[in-house]
Design a protein around this ligand. Structure first.
Ligand code: UDP
Length: 474
């Protein structure tokens, strides 16, 4: 990425929703902007900025053109901010945070002025694509705004198609209907997209839009048409067809990913949990490609029954495993589960930790496969490292992503909706031992490496985006 002139006065305020995957994705994006010479204000919530503490302060201190500001998220201080509270979080953002954001943006200096801390006026907003208020308010205040969806193009297209699916009678699903039935109406996905591959919230519809999360995300996706552009953390070689369909619907589309491979930011700067680096030392002691790495992201919760099925499957397949069990993942049975996992695997055969530096783990020579919930960040991180995947999607975009892994890219297997020990054992075995899956995963990684390298499609898209932002800023 070309370094720009020091006198660059383009200043982007980036505003992610306060969830781990979104924070990571926005920080890599910010790193790319900083490397291109732009100024960046990263808007956190008060809760998260406090939680990040010194790590955020160090990141800002390391870059004179980066600063972190914060606004309240509208939730009480003691709210756990877990997956069950996502609709309330989105509501808090739409009400309390949006008012604070408006005040903040209005209070920042306008063109011609300079803030006390030496930052030029904000000339562009890049806001999370599930917060349409953020770009509407920016435009009202005279600041051009871009929507950034941190998920796959295929899932955005699926959400955008929901009104059409309702019109076609594909949604709601008939009661007791077969989830393996193919779906018509999502462009480019006829033939392989089934009912079970749509965002899981579609299953709870008994009439149009009774799921608040689905309703919010669909509405935001439809409203992205109003933003100056839609930016996605993906690449043309993975999602050419979906990107082409989206380009017909949006004012402009930029496919600039995977950003972590192009402009990696220090993981600690946005990590809401402390990394356990001991797992890397444990990996050092394992044979090449012998370890199953299991992580279901920052939001997934599982029942004790599901935990037990995973555990038995993993023990039966016989490879050592590294398992991320977040403190809030299993509720009260967490402590017992941890001991059970370590004991069941046998001495030294497992490493169970609350949080890992995932990118370092995935690129470790000892990792043979990745059992993932197919969150988009995890998916592209696995793709970039060429690690075969087993997908067990939990919610939202993950059902669509895992179908693409299993049926389109074929760099892994889709274990959607099944959590039985025999299936876990069989699926993990294929991912660990199939030379075809490994070859495909490697080829995909090489393709994506070309996309993010000099002259590659994503690198060129990033340059085009920076020019677009400069033009909006002038
Ligand atoms: N992650 C991590 N350490 C862990 C588990 C996850 O650093 O132990 C990171 C992972 O690298 C990814 C993010 O957390 O960048 C999770 O985002 P994703 O979109 O995969 O899933 P979500 O958490 O949004 O469900």
């Amino acid at each position: 990425m070309a370094e720009a002139a020091a006198a660059d006065m383009a200043h982007v305020l980036v505003f992610p929703i306060p969830a781990q995957g979104h924070l990571n994705s926005f920080l890599h994006f910010s790193t790319g902007l900083l490397r291109a010479g732009l100024h960046v204000t990263f808007l956190h919530t008060v809760h998260n900025l406090r939680r990040l503490g010194a790590a955020a302060r160090e990141a800002a201190a390391a870059s004179p053109r980066l600063r972190f500001l914060s606004i309240p998220d509208g939730l009480p201080d003691d709210d756990p901010r877990d997956v069950g509270g996502i609709p309330q979080l989105l509501e808090g953002l739409r009400t309390t945070a949006s008012a604070a954001y408006r005040d903040l943006l209005a209070s920042l200096p306008r063109a011609g002025g300079t803030a006390d801390d030496g930052f030029p006026p904000v000339t562009c907003v890049v806001a999370d694509g599930v917060m349409p208020f953020a770009w509407a308010i920016a435009e009202e205040l005279g600041v051009p705004a871009i929507a950034y969806r941190t998920v796959s193009a295929c899932s955005v297209l699926a959400y955008l198609s929901v009104p059409k699916l309702i019109e076609l009678g594909e949604l709601p699903f008939p009661e007791g209907g077969n989830l393996d039935e193919p779906i018509r109406g999502v462009p480019g996905m006829e033939g392989f997209l089934r009912r079970r591959d749509l965002p899981v919230q579609c299953r709870s519809l008994t009439d149009t839009y009774q799921d608040p999360l689905l309703e919010t995300v669909v509405a935001a996706t439809v409203q992205s048409r109003k933003a100056r552009a839609l930016m996605l953390n993906t690449t043309a070689s993975l999602e050419r067809a979906s990107l082409a369909h989206l380009a017909r619907e949006m004012r402009d589309v930029f496919a600039v990913g995977p950003l972590h491979a192009m402009s990696p930011a220090p993981a600690a700067a946005t990590s809401l949990w402390r990394h356990d680096d001991g797992c890397l030392a444990w990996l050092d002691g394992q044979a090449e490609r012998s370890v199953v790495y299991i992580s279901l992201g920052s939001l997934t919760v599982i029942s004790h029954e599901q935990f037990t099925e995973f555990l038995h499957g993993l023990v039966a397949v016989g490879y050592p495993f590294l398992w991320v069990l977040r403190p809030d993942m299993l509720g009260a049975s967490q402590g017992a589960a941890l001991k059970e996992a370590v004991a069941a695997a046998g001495e030294g055969r497992s490493c169970v930790v609350p949080w890992v530096p995932q990118r370092d783990v995935l690129r470790h020579r000892a990792v043979g496969c990745f059992l993932t919930h197919a969150g988009w960040n995890s998916t592209v991180e696995g793709v970039v490292e060429g690690v075969p995947m087993v997908c067990w999607p939990f919610f939202a975009d993950q059902q669509v992503n895992s179908r693409f892994v299993g049926a389109v890219w074929r760099n892994g297997l889709d274990m959607k909706d099944v959590c039985e020990r025999d299936v876990v054992e069989g699926t993990v075995r294929v991912a660990m031992e199939s030379s075809e899956v490994r070859r495909t995963a490697r080829a995909l990684a090489e393709q994506v490496e070309r996309d993010v390298g000099d002259g590659g499609s994503s690198a060129l898209e990033f340059k085009r985006l920076v020019s677009f932002i400069r033009e909006l800023s002038s």
